[in-house]
Every structure is written in C-alpha cells, then in structure tokens.
Design a protein around this ligand. Structure first.
Ligand code: ADP
Ligand code: GN1
Ligand code: MG
Length: 367
C-alpha cells in the first residue's frame, strides 16, 4: 500500500476503524479532492469517504462544516421520525479525534470524513430513465425536508452562488482583463453571452420582487450528487451539501435538467450529439413535482423551464469565465476542457430556447 505521508497524517486524525487497506481518489466532482478509504475490520470490509475541501472556493471551511453538521443533524431527525435508515439516507460526518467535524493538516488544508454509503451508486449520466425520475423525487423531497429549517442559521458558503446577474458582471470583468489572451479565439461564445444580458435578469428580478420565494435549496443538483440504491433503484441519499443555502426551487430543478436531460456528457466535444431530450425533461418534471408534493407555487411552476435555461446559461458562462481566467475554479483534465464544457451548455441553451413552448406544455400536464 502506497500512501504519502500527508495522507497518513490526516487519516490518523479521524475516528476511523483500524486496518487501513487502501486509499484511492474517488468520484468525478469538479471541486473537492475525494478519496475512498478501505478498512479490513473484524466485521468485514468497511469504506469511508475522506475529502479535502476546496479552500480557494469555500473560503470559510469552518462555517461550511457548521452548515453540513446542522443540515445533516436535521435530516437525521426527520429520517428517524419517518423510520428510515439514518446511516444511508443522509451524509454522516465522522468527527476528527479532537471532536471537530474537520481536521486542519500541517499545510493548513481542511479535511472532513463521511460514512461511505454502501450498496449505492452515483451516475455521471442517465443510464436508466427511472434513475433520473428517482433523483427528481429525491431532490424535490429534499426541499420539503428542509422547508422549516432555520434558514437564518445557514452561512452563505459562496456569495451570490446563483445570482446570474452577478455572474454576468464577473464574466465581463474576466473578458476585460483577458489575462490569458484567450478572448480573441472565443468570440462566438462571448457573443452568445452578451446577446443574453436581459435573460440573466429574469429569475433574479423575480426573486427580488418576491414573485419567487426563497427556500432552503441544494443548489448543485446534478445527477452525480445523489446516490441510487443498487438493490431498490430508489434515490437513497442527497450528497454534496456544500451549497445548501437559501435559493430558488426552480434553480434546483434547472440544474438537474441541465446535466441529466442532455443527450451528451457535460464535456462532449461533438456538439452534434448535444441536445435537450424532452422525454427526459418530462421524466424530471414528473418526479420533481411529485417530490415537492404540491409545495411549488404557480409562479414557481411557470418558471421551471426558465430555471433549466438559466442554470444552463449560467453554468456555461461560469465555464467560459474560468477558461478566460486560466482554469482556476473547475478541475480540468485536458487543455480547453472548460471551453468544451461551455460549448455544450450553450448548445443546450439554444436548443431549450427553441423548445420552450413544449417545455411549458409539459409542466402544464403535471400541475
Ligand atoms: P464535489 O464537490 O467535488 O463534487 P462530492 O461531495 O460530490 O464532491 O463527492 C464527489 C464524489 O464522491 C460523489 O460524486 C460520489 O461519487 C462520491 N461520494 C461522496 N460522498 C460519498 C459518500 N458518503 N458515500 C459514497 N460516495 C460518496
Ligand atoms: C460543480 O461540485 P460539483 O462537481 O458537484 C459546481 C456546480 C456546477 C458543476 C458543473 C461548488 O459541481 O455549481 O454546476 O460543477 N459546484 C460548485 O458540473 O461550484
Ligand atoms: Mg459533487
């Protein structure tokens, strides 16, 4: 077993079982460094998740963990009341040996650990329609479980996370600075954004005017942030709770559609393969409205398609901004990765703009 000294130091600081056998990088998240640990215990093989939180992005990791502990404790109580399995239906923080929910290593990096959710899978694309449906029900229910959570106790882990107007302004700054000299080669993408300045305002304006209510939302509802039970096929647990903050339900809906209803991967280079699948969109509408159990207002239902368009536009704009700024936010695995991601998002936006009447008609069938 090859483990570097830093990891050894960190692992020894958590309340893990004895008998470490393996530590491997795990999952395909764009933000944190995730490892799966394997232990050989008397009761058999046991896994745990160890994560280095991304301090450049989550600049207040202590506050972040306060949110995670608050939300997971809250969910645990509700799951218990409903007779569920508290070890599999929510994340469970494994404390460090000093009792804190995180450990700071000798380099000043913040680490946390979770029980590993066994017998469940995270999908990077929709392989079975029913998985997507189940994820929709679960993300819808998640909002319901947090509906009476004391929102004022939640820290804003990333300021203006889904403030598309603010994201637009940040994009303009990145374009003006053009620190990598990349702007000249992406004029079509830049125009795609600047042509849609008014679009960036639609949901923010409705939030400001109170037409859309603030709820405690997940804010990062892509399919690989949910675990599907291998045995039952049900979505067992919502994970990646770093961005649980007051937000818009239509954004939670929209981000799932952005990722899961696409006919191609987020970083597909062949744009002919990329479109929004109305069948999958309908599956998600059905699951999400069921999961929300009638809690969505008329305005929220009206704005679900707009949530999908805006989350996709915003995400594409974030990828383009990161490309212009030299790829410091999202992990990249190849040259031009963020530009490829940006292009799939804009292809999806253009497709959704064309399909908007059908998207609205589908929502109307599930009101
Ligand atoms: P990121 O913010 O980088 O996306 P996530 O918290 O989503 O980080 O974790 C990355 C991946 O690690 C997930 O997509 C999932 O595959 C896996 N993972 C995270 N937590 C658990 C857990 N408790 N049990 C099993 N797998 C997990
Ligand atoms: C990031 O952490 P991850 O990989 O689940 C990002 C989301 C983006 C998504 C794009 C904290 O999600 O906002 O929509 O990548 N998370 C953060 O795939 O910025
Ligand atoms: Mg994730």
């Amino acid at each position: 077993m090859e483990l570097n000294n830093v990891l050894r130091e960190i692992i020894s600081q958590f309340d893990f079982p004895e008998g470490l056998e393996e530590c491997i990088p795990f999952g395909s998240g764009h933000i944190n460094d995730t490892y799966r640990l394997t232990f050989a215990t008397e009761a058999g093989t046991k896994h745990c998740i160890l994560q280095m939180m991304n301090k450049r992005i989550f600049t207040k990791p202590v506050e972040l963990m306060e949110n995670v502990v608050g939300v997971t404790s809250w969910l645990k109580k509700k799951i218990q009341e409903n007779g569920g399995d508290t070890e599999r239906e929510t994340l469970n923080v494994i404390p460090a040996r000093d009792g804190q929910p995180y450990y700071v290593d000798s380099r000043g990096e913040y680490w946390r650990a979770y029980l590993f959710i066994e017998g469940a899978t995270c999908f990077d694309r929709v392989e079975k329609e029913d998985d997507f449906y189940q994820s929709a029900v679960a993300f819808g229910r998640f909002q319901g479980l947090l509906a009476d959570y004391p929102a004022e106790t939640l820290h804003e882990t990333i300021a203006n996370f889904h403030n598309t107007v603010d994201r637009f302004a940040h994009f303009r700054e990145a374009l003006k600075a053009d620190v990598c000299g990349r702007a000249a080669s992406v004029q079509d993408e830049i125009r795609f954004v600047t042509d849609r300045e008014a679009l960036a305002h639609v949901l923010c304006d409705k939030q400001l005017s109170g037409e859309l209510p603030l709820r405690v939302t997940h804010n990062d509802t892509k399919l690989n942030n949910i675990m599907i039970d291998d045995a039952t096929g049900k979505a067992i647990c919502v994970i990646d709770l770093d961005t649980v903050m007051p937000g818009l339900s239509v954004n939670d809906f929209g981000d799932s559609v952005r990722f899961g209803a696409s006919t191609a991967d987020e970083d597909e280079r062949d744009l002919d393969k990329v479109s929004m699948d109305l069948g999958l969109y309908e599956v998600y509408v059905k699951g999400f409205t069921e999961g929300c159990s009638g809690a969505l207002t008329k305005e929220e239902l009206d704005m679900l398609p707009m949530g999908a368009i805006l989350m996709t536009f915003e995400c594409g704009m974030r990828f383009l901004t990161d490309y212009l700024e030299g790829d410091h936010y999202f992990k990249i695995h190849r040259e031009g990765h963020n530009l490829d991601r940006c292009r799939t998002q804009f292809k999806l936006v253009a497709d959704m703009e064309k399909k908007l009447p059908q998207m609205q008609a589908i929502v109307d069938r599930y009101r």
